[in-house]
Write a protein that binds this ligand. Structure first.
Ligand code: ZN
Ligand code: FE
Ligand code: FE
Ligand code: ZN
Length: 283
């Protein structure tokens, strides 16, 4: 039943897209105005910028803005926000990393500005950037099941950290298509523990179309995770994880269709870190 509905690909009124980047992270193109204009052209009413946040100097430096660039990021987003008001609501967010040992830095940075939301993402297991194509060969040194369990444990901790509003691309570990053995009890238990933590912490899971553009070719998170999250009453937000303006709103209908197939009727909206749930509506 659920899968049948999902495949029907309903058309929806646009919902907020809360995940997009700027060139400050050194791997995205288009300025904030370009993203806003792309959103308006695509008929969206609300988006939020979430560029890769500054982190301590030792952490993943090439893939994020420097702390010194933060004022410029905020100024650009605020300027565009004012310029497009009336046409588009532009929220100001960040994609921060969850990495044990950096929590105090991240907490201090988050406290430094009135963000609309903060996405927490896990991109590293220890010092291994598992989603980085440049270090994909490190996968050969891992048992896939172990990598999955380590990843979901970190996502669980990210939810419980109290730092974040949204858990970004919640099964990014599958990005290159590495799969644990079907029905792995260890992985299933790690996913269940992660979801229980998300529920307990009352944070939002991101449903992300980015995986559709990656080797795995699937929405993040997997349909089974969406189903279990729906059973637990966990709220979702939507994100394209656009790294170019033409990716804004990508895969929105597929994502909403998957949510709706499990009876989810609302999606999260954020302003100044206050969450409201808005109805998903058919066009
Ligand atoms: Zn990125
Ligand atoms: Fe990410
Ligand atoms: Fe991102
Ligand atoms: Zn991302």
């Amino acid at each position: 039943m659920a899968v049948e509905l999902y495949n029907r690909r309903m058309i929806y009124r646009p919902v907020p897209d809360y995940h997009m980047h700027t060139p400050r992270c050194n791997h995205a193109t288009g300025n904030v105005a370009d993203y806003a204009n792309a959103a308006i052209a695509a008929g969206l009413h609300e988006i939020g910028m979430s560029d890769h946040s500054p982190m301590p100097a030792s952490y993943d430096k090439p893939w994020r803005m420097d702390r010194s660039e933060l004022p410029d990021y905020l100024q650009e987003v605020e300027q565009v926000r004012d310029a497009v008001s009336g046409q588009l609501s532009l929220r100001v967010g960040l994609e921060a990393d969850f990495h044990p040992g950096t929590e105090a830095y991240v907490a201090e940075m988050i406290a430094s500005y009135a963000w609309d939301y903060v996405i927490g993402s896990v991109h590293y297991i220890g010092d291994w950037g598992f989603d980085n194509p440049d270090t994909i060969q490190i996968w050969d040194t891992w048992k896939i099941e172990d990598a999955y369990c380590a990843y979901f444990k970190l996502v669980e901790q990210s939810a419980l950290s109290g730092l974040f509003d949204i858990i970004g691309h919640p099964d990014l570990i599958k990005k290159f298509g590495h799969r644990p053995p079907a029905g792995s009890q260890r992985v299933n238990e790690a996913i269940e523990a992660m979801l229980q933590a998300v529920k307990q912490a009352d944070v939002v899971l991101e449903i992300s179309s980015a995986g559709l553009r990656k080797p795995v070719g699937e929405i993040y998170p997997h349909i089974n995770i969406v189903q279990r999250a729906a059973e637990l009453g966990i709220p979702f937000s939507y994100g394209s994880d656009a790294h170019a303006p033409n990716e804004v709103g990508h895969g929105m209908h597929e994502c909403l269709s998957m949510l709706e197939s499990f009876g989810i009727q609302k999606i999260a909206s954020f302003k100044q870190r206050q969450r409201t749930m808005v109805a998903i509506q058919h066009a």
